[in-house]
Design a protein. Structure first.
Length: 143
């Protein structure tokens, strides 16, 4: 897993939101955070600065009434997850997946970390897009 810079965030890679609001969680993130098909998961609000969300196994949350929880769902086969309507993402959006806290990876939609990754062309491969591009960057600074 590459690091943005010395003492910077560790990055799993890019994912693209598919036409049915699905994403594929990168395999390395699935292993690190213990995601399994059929498991209950929780979507947690991202920060105001970088938007997006975190994805946690529901069993790892301190309380099911955690105020950051947007919605709960289930992990699907092949590491796929369908995003709930409460998230501010659209089909075709690129999300940067970074190592978060000890219990959840973060899916960023903007902010300084996102911008820094965009300025490093070719440094991070897209992982598991569900659209037509299958593993190829779409547009922007990540060619």
């Amino acid at each position: 897993m590459p690091q943005l810079d010395k003492r910077g965030k560790w990055v799993f890679g890019w994912v693209v939101v598919g036409p049915r609001r699905e994403i594929a969680v990168p395999p390395e993130a699935r292993r690190e955070y213990g995601f399994r098909a059929g498991q209950r998961i929780s979507f947690l609000k991202g920060s105001r600065r970088s938007g997006g969300f975190s994805l946690a196994r529901s069993s790892r949350l301190v309380s099911p009434l955690d105020r950051r929880v947007i919605e709960q769902g289930r992990a699907e086969p092949a590491g796929r997850v369908t995003l709930p309507p409460g998230l501010d993402v659209q089909p075709g959006d690129r999300l940067l997946v970074v190592r978060g806290s000890g219990y959840a990876p973060i899916f960023l939609v903007r902010g300084p970390i996102y911008d820094k990754a965009l300025r490093q062309p070719g440094a991070f491969q897209f992982g598991g897009e569900l659209g037509d591009n299958r593993g190829q960057p779409t547009s922007g600074g990540c060619r």
